[in-house]
Design a protein around this ligand. Structure first.
Ligand code: FES
Length: 132
């Protein structure tokens, strides 16, 4: 990135910060920080989901066939705690009434237009980090 382009992005970031009604720029999205959620040893076992607190919010972490994913924990139906649900096939199932979610996309199985936020997740040196 050229220096002038960097300065333009910096200016845009400053403007966004000053006016929360503006949408975040691609650069701002690109530099959203990864935050430590837990340690690798605390992750759910394969075929299980678990809840974690992060900055006042509860995140559902699921282990579906060995793939770890993180998504919002509040079910779009009636607010059930998805992280207390169970894994069936490759879906996370809400424990209250059985709505199924795709852990990769956050989409509701029977209504793909409805979906929960999914957070990029990575493991570094035994720490589990999510982009929030
Ligand atoms: S609250 Fe999740 S299925 Fe009803």
């Amino acid at each position: 990135m050229a220096w002038s382009e960097f300065n333009d992005h910096l200016l845009q970031l400053t403007l966004v910060s000053a006016n929360p009604r503006l949408k975040p720029s691609k650069l701002e999205m690109a530099i959203m920080p990864y935050i430590k959620l837990t340690t690798q040893s605390e992750l759910p076992a394969e075929g299980e989901a678990k809840e974690f607190e992060l900055a006042g919010k509860t995140i559902c972490v699921a282990n579906v066939n060995g793939v770890i994913s993180a998504m919002d924990n509040v079910c779009l139906h009636m607010g059930g705690p998805i992280g207390q649900g169970y894994i069936e096939g490759n879906k996370i199932v809400c424990p209250w009434h059985g709505w199924e979610y795709d852990p990769k996309t956050g989409e509701v199985e029977h209504d793909p237009k409805s979906k929960l936020a999914v957070y990029p997740i990575k493991i570094e040196n035994g720490d589990v980090l999510v982009e929030a």
